[in-house]
Design a protein around this ligand. Structure first.
Ligand SMILES: Cc1cc2nc3c(=O)[nH]c(=O)nc-3n(C[C@H](O)[C@H](O)[C@H](O)COP(=O)(O)OP(=O)(O)OC[C@H]3O[C@@H](n4cnc5c(N)ncnc54)[C@H](O)[C@@H]3O)c2cc1C
Length: 416
């Protein structure tokens, strides 16, 4: 049997693509390497430009029911002093919210929608793609069962590789590229029940990478009927060596407790929050240089397979969602053809390359770098003696422009 569209990988990108293709009447099947779908990861933010796309796909209502709709982004130095605060999501005038959500909740909602709309066989597990060849009749995808010997092929008109940061298809297209580039920063993450802090819907970034930075936000409301929230935290620290690359790599709270020992603020006790976390995960912060092209004939890349980026702008999954919407639109307009893939590449490659590069230099947390450097990493008496708040606001605004969203403008920007 020949599939119309074979999607490799059932992450956020692959599942969103399946929903977007179904909406424009194109058949597809998703092939996932994992033997079964397990809830992986911790918290994630879906920014308004991506939640607008999820609204178009008819899954936003269900996501809003599970997530916390973020009302503000707040930035502090490591002494707990507020340096910048701005409204987020609907509070900032967008038509759709910024969602702080457990990655498993996002994934489950997308998966349930795909299975309900496309049928129970639309996502098949235990299919690890090892490569794709192009033939006169379309593409042949090669699969094996996890690490096993058993191998088989699937034929399709086109193949879309949504197989994440370690993409097998990307390695085939760019065999000399090498592993993802390490930023010099490691990340430790966890989720923990806590009482609400600040507005109860605040996304906090605090400190700085050289001395310890934290990103903290609630991802589930009222988990016990007494108002407790599930809070997601990420500790980021410059290190001499990368930790091992693995989505579920375990870390130790002890590795970071000393760094954050003094972070006992009246709005949150950070060491206490870390110590109360049952499971700590550790990842190196990595990305890859933007690629000259993603589309080769009837094969293309999408999401982290195409543009892995540092998670400093809360934007990797969001950009995968935007890729999926764009690709479905090109396939609707130009048919299931190599031309549609080339057009998608032209639109999304340059847009996401800017985000990848901006995440290296001036993502929103550059606000914290400026305060750290200009204050000499000391508490300040008056913020305006350290940096003008207009300058900090400009960093936040510039990032929104590059990421494809503008404050107060609810519409997703159409690519040129
Ligand atoms: C610490 C951290 C925090 C983050 N925070 C945010 C955030 O707040 N907001 C945001 O938007 N993004 C965030 N991101 C980024 C986001 O998680 C990714 O950009 C997003 O998951 C990419 O989706 P994807 O579908 O491209 O890849 P993935 O989600 O990685 O999915 C890839 C899928 O392909 C499967 N697969 C892999 N290899 C094969 C194969 N050979 N054959 C078949 N299947 C295969 C995998 O099992 C997986 O299911 C963060 C990332 C990190 C590391």
């Amino acid at each position: 049997m020949t599939e119309q569209v074979a999607i490799v990988g059932a992450g956020v990108g692959g599942l969103t693509l399946a929903l977007a293709l179904h909406r424009v009447g194109i058949e597809c099947r998703v092939f996932e390497s994992a033997a079964e779908m397990l809830p992986l990861g911790v918290g994630i933010n879906v920014l308004p430009h991506a939640s607008a796309a999820l609204a178009e796909l008819g899954v936003l209502g269900e996501l809003e029911r599970l997530a916390v709709a973020t009302r503000e982004a707040a930035f502090f130095n490591r002494f707990g002093q507020l340096v910048y605060r701005e409204p987020a999501g609907r509070s900032a005038g967008y038509a759709t919210p910024q969602l702080s959500i457990h990655r498993a909740d996002l994934h489950n909602v997308l998966l349930a929608a795909v299975v309900e709309r496309l049928g129970p066989d639309s996502v098949v597990c235990g299919h690890a793609c090892s490569g794709v060849d192009e033939h006169d009749d379309g593409v042949h995808l090669h699969f094996r069962y996890m690490q096993g010997e058993e191998r088989w092929d699937v034929r399709a008109q086109i193949a879309i590789a949504c197989d994440g940061i370690h993409s097998a298809v990307r390695k085939q297209l760019y065999p000399g590229e090498g592993p993802p580039r390490w930023s010099g920063v490691n990340m430790w993450r966890g989720v923990v029940p806590r009482p609400p802090f600040l507005t109860g819907a605040s996304m906090v970034r605090a400190g700085w990478l050289s001395v310890g930075k934290m990103v903290i936000y609630p991802i589930r409301d009222n988990i016990d009927g007494r108002g407790t929230q599930l809070v997601n935290w990420v500790a980021e620290l410059e290190c001499a060596q990368p930790v091992k690359r693995d989505w579920n790599g375990l870390g130790r709270a002890d590795d970071i407790l000393l760094t954050f020992e003094s972070w006992r603020f009246d709005w949150l006790d950070v060491p206490d929050m870390i110590a109360a976390t049952e499971t700590v995960l550790a990842y190196p912060m990595v990305d890859q240089d933007p690629l000259p092209r993603w589309s080769f004939g009837r094969v293309t890349l999408l999401g982290d397979a195409a543009h892995p980026m540092y998670p400093r702008g809360s934007n990797g999954a969001g950009q995968a969602i935007l890729d999926a919407m764009c690709l479905a639109e090109q396939l609707r307009e130009f048919g299931i053809t190599a031309e549609a893939l080339t057009r998608y590449d032209r639109i999304r490659n340059s847009a996401t390359a800017k985000v990848v590069l901006m995440n290296r230099t001036n993502p929103p947390d550059a606000i914290l770098r400026e305060v750290y450097q200009r204050s000499g990493d000391r508490p300040f008496v008056r913020l305006e003696d350290v940096v003008a708040s207009e300058e900090l606001a400009k960093i936040a605004e510039d990032y929104k422009q590059v990421a494809g969203m503008k404050a107060g403008d609810a519409r997703q920007e159409k690519p040129a």
